[in-house]
Ligand binder design. Sequence first.
Ligand SMILES: Cc1cc2nc3c(=O)[nH]c(=O)nc-3n(C[C@H](O)[C@H](O)[C@H](O)COP(=O)(O)OP(=O)(O)OC[C@H]3O[C@@H](n4cnc5c(N)ncnc54)[C@H](O)[C@@H]3O)c2cc1C
Length: 387
Amino acid sequence: MTFDLTPEQDQLRDAVRALGRRYGHSYFVAKAKAGEHTTELWAEAGRLGYLGVNIPTEYGGGGGGITELAIVCEELAASGCPLLLLVVSPAIAATVLARHGTEEQRKRHLPGLADGSQKIVFAITEPEAGSNFHRLGTVARRDGDGWLLNGRKCYISGVDEADHVLVVARTEDSSTGKLKPALFLVPTDVAGLTRSKLDMEIVSPENQFLLYLDDVRLPADALVGESLDAGLPALFAGLNPERITVAAMGAGTGRYAIERASEYTATRKVWGGRSIGSHQGVSHPLAHAAVQVELARLMIQKAATLYDAGRDLEAGVAGNMAKYAAGEAAALAVDTAVQVLGGAGMTTEYGVATLLGAVRAGRIAPVSREMILNFVAQHVLGQDKSY
Ligand SMILES: Cc1cc2nc3c(=O)[nH]c(=O)nc-3n(C[C@H](O)[C@H](O)[C@H](O)COP(=O)(O)OP(=O)(O)OC[C@H]3O[C@@H](n4cnc5c(N)ncnc54)[C@H](O)[C@@H]3O)c2cc1C
């Protein structure tokens, strides 16, 4: 067993950290407040190969795994730039296409995802179904050679920045008459697809949308994979990378908040010559949060290692646990940082309260803490399903 990164992974971590620090949290917040996107950072990360670290080399990527992509997510977040679209475009969409797309789909999309010139976002959540994905109501029907999609999606991140949405829909299986899931590459400018922006209480340059699919006509090759049978495995292929990278983003955000807070409490003096950090009422909550973040990082490392070794089932358990741990640790770290900074904690200038909304959302999305506890209770502890 080793807890060391390889020299290449170490170099990647240092290089991404240097890039993230050049932009920093003030850049991230300024973009969010101006209603703009982090276009420059995304483009530079793409040019330097960081967005494609997990994409096979024959499609322009770095040929690494989710371990490498988790490093990118964590380090950008640790520099104050938690980019949610990393979780969607390189982690979910690129993995789904690399593992289950047709050769034509891989050639068409992976090079653009690798260099950042293309973004593909992911739409599974629906207003009526919520956490119950078995109730998905978006339906894809055969339409001549192609498909006709109808349905609604909600909270879909980054639609305004993407050229395609990977939409999870149901299709009718002609042999059984049952509805089964399939993934479709839907161009964001296709007729019949409309969107409305949701007002979210999150300081972020990335936005969430309601999506309306009304008789969206797609060609046959919009279906991900060679046949309808690719649907379920393709959908599951995206879930572990999503959980692991969102966890990495949470751990990075937690590190960022603890670092900001520690710098402040080590130098701020309000009782004579001693720093406020010398009071254990201040330092212990910070130290506790640091322990929780480090525990989450270990789970992330384990989950990514299992995933990259092709041990998908074990990676599923570890990835869910890592996501849970990192979600809780990030929320604790940011809340603690706000508290120990006192009034400064609530200012925009000190850059910690600006993360409150994001880390709170990290306990809900992309899978809520309760649904992870359900998963662990059932699949690890052997409990009956309660719902
Ligand atoms: C910032 C943000 C970005 C997002 N981006 C995307 C995206 O890009 N693409 C996408 O498809 N979706 C996205 N989502 C949606 C997200 O995945 C869902 O919000 C999440 O899965 C929860 O679904 P819901 O909001 O419908 O909650 P609901 O299912 O309505 O649940 C409400 C509450 O009840 C709890 N609950 C529900 N069922 C159970 C149960 N059986 N046992 C115990 N508790 C239960 C939940 O944990 C939650 O606390 C995003 C959400 C946010 C906040």
